[in-house]
Design a protein around this ligand. Sequence first.
Ligand code: KIV
Length: 260
Amino acid sequence: MFLPQLLDKAHSGQRLVALTCYDASMARLMASCGIDILLVGDSLGMTIQGHDSTLPVSLADMVYHTRAVAKGAAGQAFILADLNFGSYQSAPKQAFVSAAQLMAAGANMVKLEGGALFVETVRFLTRRGIPVCAHLGLLPQSVNTTGYRMQAKAETAAQQLLDDALALQEAGASLLVLEAIPAELAARVTQTLSIPTIGIGAGVHCGGQVLVINDLLGLTPTPPRFAQNFLHGQGSLEAALRAYAEAVRRGQFPGPEHSR
Ligand code: KIV
């Protein structure tokens, strides 16, 4: 699926349903269950590789998993691939060389973490035919400075996040992931921007939602409070994926208990 089709869905008022996906079998199933966006997240460093952060993930790892997911989805879902830590931070040209490998592996868009510092990188990529999803709020690649905790709780930080979001949109970002921020701030950003926001731990008022598949399946020993086990009470993996997609589209997930 290409970006215009995805944006048509969002602009027609549909909430976008996203899940992390790391392999071909799961990609095939997710696509058949109507998951719009398969995020080849660098969370694979934790879920697949067993690290305690996303930092050890290499570009070769991201290319390998993106290729597998794209083959499995066979054009029936939108493939979003993370630029891993160290593959884009030093210069726009470095980001282009890395992103080009992910696009060649089958990604339809790349995602990078950060605000104003990456505006020129977003402009550089989008002007060269690489769609970009920005990511603000909790940035897992910055865990060594922030820890895994909710971001932008104070008004100055909230205003900074809103300014960053506007600058990234102006530079050409087509989607924005908002992770672990107060629900009211996510609502404010969503209302202010014209591009869709995709929330995770950011309340129900985003243009879509994303979850880590392992959290959805109850595989995470200590799941984040914004996650929900959708396999619980369902008879199959397929039923769990469909339940998640329906809950997101109907605005039933996340509920107030999943956000602040
Ligand atoms: O890598 C990932 O799984 C992500 C989500 C947390 C949005 O970036």
